[in-house]
Write a protein that binds this ligand. Structure first.
Ligand SMILES: O=C(O)CCC(=O)C(=O)O
Ligand SMILES: [Fe+2]
Length: 196
């Protein structure tokens, strides 16, 4: 209910651990598990095509194509449960999002490696709004040039993390694997793809 700044040099982070109430968050998690056409994306790592260790879906307005890790993704249309969330985010942040990358981490073995969301079609200082549902997982940030500048945030069910300003330029982030027995987690990163 309150987006508070998270202090981190050379970055701009805001966090609300309870942006969605538990009932709303439960309903959204269930709705997305059932209604999103999940698949394993092929990604390129060190010049090799591999299955990414999670389920994903690129969702957005028809023109919002997204290229990353050597692949071009045409957007799936918005599933009904995401429409009110998109509108509420736009009201909260004053940003018009036209797309969202949905990721489903089936258990602690599913993960996301170190990267920045710095594709050219996001523009130089993208606002990325990240909603987490289900199991709490650790989200790690590390400065590109000063690795002692690092931060780990636990992202609980219903939380909202907003990354903006120079965050993508100066930091990488990751969702590490864990051996803890954990249930499913869904993460939504709302983005604005600029037209070419
Ligand atoms: O699952 C997360 O919290 C991170 C997802 C992420 O970094 C991305 O979708 O680019
Ligand atoms: Fe990311």
């Amino acid at each position: 209910m309150v987006l508070s700044p998270v202090p981190l040099p050379d970055a701009e982070l805001r966090f609300d651990p309870h942006w969605l109430g538990p009932v709303e968050a439960d309903a959204l998690l269930e709705g997305l598990q059932a209604q999103v056409p999940w698949s394993v994306h092929r990604i390129r790592i060190f010049g090799r095509d591999v299955d990414s260790p999670r389920l994903s879906c690129w969702i957005g307005d028809p023109q919002a194509h997204y290229r990353y890790s050597g692949a071009d993704f045409a957007p799936h249309p918005w599933p009904a449960p995401l429409q009110p969330i998109r509108e509420r985010l736009q009201e909260t942040l004053g940003v018009r999002f036209n797309s969202v990358l949905a990721n489903q981490y089936r258990d602690g073995r599913d993960a996301m490696g170190w990267h920045s969301d710095d594709e050219p079609e996001l523009g130089p200082e993208p606002v990325i709004a990240s909603i987490s549902l289900g199991a709490t997982r650790r989200f790690a940030l590390k400065h590109r040039r000063q690795p002692e500048r690092a931060l780990a945030l636990e992202l609980p069910h219903g939380s909202l993390l907003v990354m903006s300003g120079a965050t993508q330029r100066n930091y990488r982030h990751a969702l590490p694997r864990t051996t803890r027995p954990l249930g499913v987690r869904i993460n939504l990163t709302f983005r604005r793809i600029l037209s070419r």
